[in-house]
Design a protein. Structure first.
Length: 166
């Protein structure tokens, strides 16, 4: 079983420590605690080691063996130690893994956006229900508006435009 935990640790950021795993008939839940000892204030960038409270985030990740995977992550709220800063309390940031107030990981959002780019929003939402991911067509459209295409502008030599008239 030790190798199984190694695989789990490699799938998630180093600062998250797995504390428990629940495997139900219809879903898998992995509990994490943050291992960070300090965090930088988003306003003044001053490091803080003073934890105020804790809060949890429930985030959906890519499915595992056709079961939805949910992550319950316990994060800290810190007090800014800079007396000149207007921000008194701020939350630990995991934007490299899941954006602020986001309920899905970045990698799940990327997969959902790929579904949307190949079909209509409503058919993509139906396809997502087949993989046990509840999401509406409207939410998929909002995701697609945030998507940034990776283009090498230097390699573009010409653009073709087709015109069709009835």
């Amino acid at each position: 079983m030790e190798n199984g935990f190694k695989i789990i640790k490699d799938m998630f950021p180093d600062y998250l420590e797995e504390t428990n795993i629940e495997i139900d008939e219809d879903k898998i839940i992995i509990y994490f605690d943050s291992k960070r000892k300090s965090c930088n204030c988003p306003s003044c960038n001053n490091p803080s080691m003073t934890k105020s409270t804790y809060f949890t985030r429930k985030i959906q990740d890519l499915n595992v063996i056709e079961k939805p995977l949910f992550l319950i992550i316990r994060l800290a709220k810190y007090r800014c130690e800079n007396p000149k800063c207007n921000t008194k309390i701020f939350s630990e940031n995991i934007s490299d893994f899941a954006g602020e107030k986001q309920r899905r990981t970045n990698r799940l959002n990327e997969l959902l956006t790929k579904f949307l780019l190949t079909q209509s929003a409503e058919s993509a939402a139906r396809r997502c229900s087949y993989i046990k991911t509840k999401i509406s067509g409207d939410t998929l459209l909002r995701l697609s508006k945030k998507y940034e295409f990776a283009m090498d502008m230097e390699s573009i030599r010409s653009i073709g435009i087709d015109d069709f008239v009835f």
